[in-house]
Ligand binder design. Structure first.
Ligand SMILES: Cc1cc2nc3c(=O)[nH]c(=O)nc-3n(C[C@H](O)[C@H](O)[C@H](O)COP(=O)(O)O)c2cc1C
Length: 337
């Protein structure tokens, strides 16, 4: 591992461990919990449509709270046109965001097909370059980053060209998810191809994909030569994983995972914060997808998931948690208490 320091433009991260943009999950409440649990050097919002925001077609719900939120914070934009990206980046500077990220990796049919954006743009490094340049114009001194995959398809691996186009046009870091857009999560990430991007550009490369814990983060850093790692799915199941990875990368002892009781208290507090923000029963419905990921791998987790994904309101939610994971004293167990 070369170093434990990662700077993106003029911003030096406290830890080279980033929390990925995750549509439907990395909202204001989740970002707050991740910050509190420590270890995460930079967290991103969900992807935001630049055009939708600028034209007023889409209520930028995903930007709720961003202006007043503690920093550092990255906001991820997607679009395939220069003007909205430039203007969106300008507005993000006014919101005092730390990093503006561009999505060139979304494999969803709606984004790749209907909008010809996301991972579709990996077919065309020169367009990626123009979009990065436009965003850099809007962002001024605020660093712009690009999040890419290995290519649009297994037969068309363009990551090196795309990363170079991003760098040549002002991107200050590139995150590489080590799969092509047509590869499912069932296929292991190709770390050696992330390493090819590391060799091809001078800006820091952040490796992403299949980082589940401290050990896989350390291995990924070693095998790719990346300057940092980005974690998505593991963060939903174990939001304390950032502190474990950060400790491992510093060569320190890895903190124990919280006890079941502490995890249970965290889940209940997460639910309370979501309901506080979005009301009930809407907040409870929003929490179902998070709750299904908590407490994974523990005895009774499967039955818990089956029930919690039907929870209707706060009383129901708490009853299901209590039935599956009887607690002792929530206030003592609360990791933030
Ligand atoms: C539910 C879900 C939503 C996602 N949303 C986004 C997104 O908004 N922007 C993005 O760049 N990647 C998104 N991703 C991809 C992740 O950021 C990440 O690249 C991918 O999951 C691989 O990392 P992991 O193995 O740590 O999960 C999403 C992934 C999932 C599972």
């Amino acid at each position: 591992m070369a170093t434990n320091r990662l700077s993106i433009g003029n911003f030096e991260l406290e830890n080279p461990v980033l929390a990925a943009p995750i549509a439907g999950f990395t909202d204001l409440v989740f970002r707050g919990l991740v910050r509190e649990l420590g270890g995460c050097g930079l967290i991103y919002t969900e992807m935001v449509s630049a055009g939708g925001w600028i034209d007023g077609r889409i209520e930028p719900r995903r930007l709720a709270g961003v202006a007043d939120e503690p920093k550092p914070l990255g906001v991820q934009l997607w679009d395939r046109a220069e003007a909205p990206l430039e203007e969106a980046a300008r507005r993000l500077v006014d919101l005092d965001v730390t990093v503006v990220d561009l999505n060139f990796g979304c494999p969803k049919r709606r984004i790749m097909g209907k909008h010809a954006a996301g991972a579709q743009l990996l077919r065309d490094p020169s367009t990626v370059g123009r979009l990065v340049a436009a965003t850099v114009r809007g962002a001024g001194k605020t660093p712009v980053t690009a999040k890419i995959r290995l290519g649009p398809s297994v037969k068309n691996r363009t990551a090196v060209e795309v990363a170079r186009a991003a760098e040549d046009n002002g991107a200050r870091a590139v995150t590489v998810h080590g799969r092509t857009a047509d590869e499912s999560y069932g296929i292991p990430c190709r770390r050696e191809q992330i390493a090819e991007v590391v060799d091809a550009v001078d800006v820091p490369v952040i490796a992403n994909g299949d980082i589940a814990d401290a050990a896989s983060a350390v291995e990924t850093m070693r095998e790719t030569g990346a300057a940092g790692v980005m974690v998505a799915r593991a963060a939903l199941q174990r939001p304390w994983v950032f502190s474990q990875i950060a400790a491992a990368l510093r060569g320190e002892a890895i903190p124990e995972s919280p006890s079941l009781e502490v995890q249970r208290a965290l889940l209940l507090r997460h639910h309370a914060l979501v309901v506080d923000r979005y009301g009930d029963p809407h907040g409870t419905v929003l929490m179902r997808k998070f709750a299904c990921r908590y407490l994974g791998g523990t005895p009774g987790a499967r039955s818990f998931r089956e029930h919690i994904c039907k929870a209707e309101d706060t009383a129901d939610f708490r009853r299901i948690v209590e039935n599956h994971f009887p607690g002792t004293d929530d206030s003592r167990a609360d990791p933030a208490a």
